[in-house]
Ligand binder design. Structure first.
Ligand SMILES: [Mg+2]
Length: 252
């Protein structure tokens, strides 16, 4: 599945519930960072695709197949989705194809025109390349989702490598994930930056000791961005690119 979509509609209300805004300023000196880990859905790609797919398109197709109302399908499926949150099943297309008796990869292709790279992502990846920083895509997404998204966006070659949580055997929400990731990527937590649209994943990364944690507030082209109460927040990745001749940026 898309990675964070279904938690989004639960999480957004939680983020919006508080009006007290704490500041999480951060100064980044790119001399101090060797590795950048980037999440996929919502972070570099528009999560509107995933939200629309799981919250609208799948219930629509499920209701047609089961001769139910769309309202019933949504209530029933949202409950099923919720039951698998924070597990690898959440993003496992084979699991959902089997559980819902629908061909989920084919349904994804029906709405693949909604897959899009967020603004300023390519600019940021080119900056990192120029800087000599290692760039890894680290996602909870299933291999079939990855294949579709890499084919439609052609963004894969910008990365030194792509790691799916399904290879690691744990979702990023699991505290053990970031340590286990070191079996796949050699990285030093104190010299690593992680970009995520999931505060839960940033929290497990903080627990492991990843030093530079960035929350992406514009995770979907259809939502009004809100700052994180807990992490340094950017709307778009161009905020992390220093002006020419500089190596440092300060994020307000
Ligand atoms: Mg995400």
């Amino acid at each position: 599945m898309g990675t964070d979509r279904r938690s989004g509609f639960l999480r957004d209300s939680w983020i919006g519930a508080t009006t007290l805004k704490k500041k999480h300023n951060m100064t980044i000196d790119w001399n101090d960072i060797d590795t950048v880990l980037l999440d996929m859905d919502g972070t570099i790609l528009d999560r509107h695709f995933d939200d629309h797919f799981w919250l609208e398109h799948v219930p629509k197709r499920w209701s047609e197949r089961n001769h139910s109302t769309l309202e019933y399908a949504k209530t029933h499926l949202y409950g099923l989705f919720h039951s698998q949150e924070n597990t690898l099943n959440w993003t496992d297309l084979d699991y959902w194809s089997d559980r819902l008796k629908l061909d989920i990869p084919v349904l994804k292709q029906e709405v693949e025109h909604l897959i899009a790279v967020h603004p300023h992502v390519i600019e940021f990846l080119l900056f990192l390349k120029q800087n000599g920083t290692a760039i890894w895509l680290v996602t909870n997404a299933h291999s079939k989702t990855l294949e579709l998204k890499m084919r439609t966006t052609r963004i894969g070659p910008y990365f030194d490598g792509i790691i799916s949580a399904h290879q690691v055997g744990l979702p990023k929400e699991d505290l053990r994930f970031w340590g286990k990731l070191q079996n796949f990527i050699s990285y030093e937590p104190a010299r690593t930056l992680l970009g995520e649209d999931s505060e839960a994943n940033l929290e497990t990364a903080r627990h492991f000791g990843i030093r530079y944690l960035i929350y992406i507030s514009c995770y979907s082209s259809r939502v009004t961005p809100r700052r994180s109460e807990h992490f340094t927040t950017i709307d778009y990745f161009n905020t992390l690119i220093p002006i020419k001749g500089n190596r440092c940026v300060t994020i307000p």
